[in-house]
Design a protein around this ligand. Structure first.
Ligand SMILES: Cc1cc2nc3c(=O)[nH]c(=O)nc-3n(C[C@H](O)[C@H](O)[C@H](O)COP(=O)(O)OP(=O)(O)OC[C@H]3O[C@@H](n4cnc5c(N)ncnc54)[C@H](O)[C@@H]3O)c2cc1C
Length: 177
């Protein structure tokens, strides 16, 4: 594999090994009926407030890729789902003090195989190297955490990493600094 060089619109030359073509997210929200249509922005995202309630609604929530809440990532959608579940419970119990969603900030983890990759953690400007990304994601792609969430027994056997590290507490700690 060789390198390639591109020039940005601003005239900066970038030489790299790999090119990831990115398309962004196009929300699929045009099916919303009259009652919810006003909360649909011109770019298709559904406007939500800090409690993730849809704009103008008290009992309708939006989260994940379709909502205006944050960057479009599965990890963030999961955090938003927890807030929405808590808030639905609160409303059902007649409480009005709903929890607010707090953005993680910029984050990306791109593993290349089980031991390679690069990324950026929330609140950090520096690029995270292969070791950190492998530890966070590349070795087992979060399967352990999902098994735990769904109450499945831990996977065992050849090829299963024993050294899984859940970096979520560290990320939370960085954000709460
Ligand atoms: C190639 C790729 C790689 C990614 N990698 C990562 C990653 O490494 N880490 C990360 O955090 N995130 C990643 N993401 C983003 C992540 O997949 C999304 O943020 C996440 O899936 C959003 O979850 P969601 O439930 O909001 O939407 P979705 O997962 O898109 O779920 C929406 C569901 O609604 C269904 N649907 C749509 N319209 C209708 C309708 N009219 N009626 C009924 N059902 C409907 C769709 O079929 C779909 O099943 C990646 C995304 C892509 C495409």
């Amino acid at each position: 594999m060789g390198t390639f060089t591109v020039t940005t619109e601003a005239g900066t030359e970038i030489t790299a090994d790999i090119w990831f073509r990115c398309y962004g997210v196009v929300p699929n929200s045009d099916y919303l009926g009259d009652a919810l249509a006003p909360a649909r922005r011109s770019d298709g995202f559904i406007d939500v407030g800090p409690t993730l309630q849809v704009a103008g609604q008290s009992t309708v929530f939006a989260l994940g890729d379709v909502s205006s809440a944050d960057s479009k990532m599965a990890g963030l959608a999961g955090r938003q789902a927890t807030i929405v579940a808590d808030n639905i419970n609160a409303l059902a119990q007649g409480r009005s003090n709903l929890a607010h969603y707090k953005s993680w900030g910029t984050a990306i983890a791109v593993p290349i195989g089980p031991n390679g990759g690069a990324g950026q953690f929330p609140g950090q400007v520096e690029i995270a190297g292969p070791e950190a990304i492998a530890e966070m994601k590349g070795r087992e792609m979060g399967v352990g955490r999902l098994r735990e969430r769904f109450g499945l027994v831990p996977e065992t056997g050849a090829g299963v990493a024993d050294d899984r590290v859940d970096v979520q507490p560290e990320i939370e700690a960085m954000l709460n600094k």
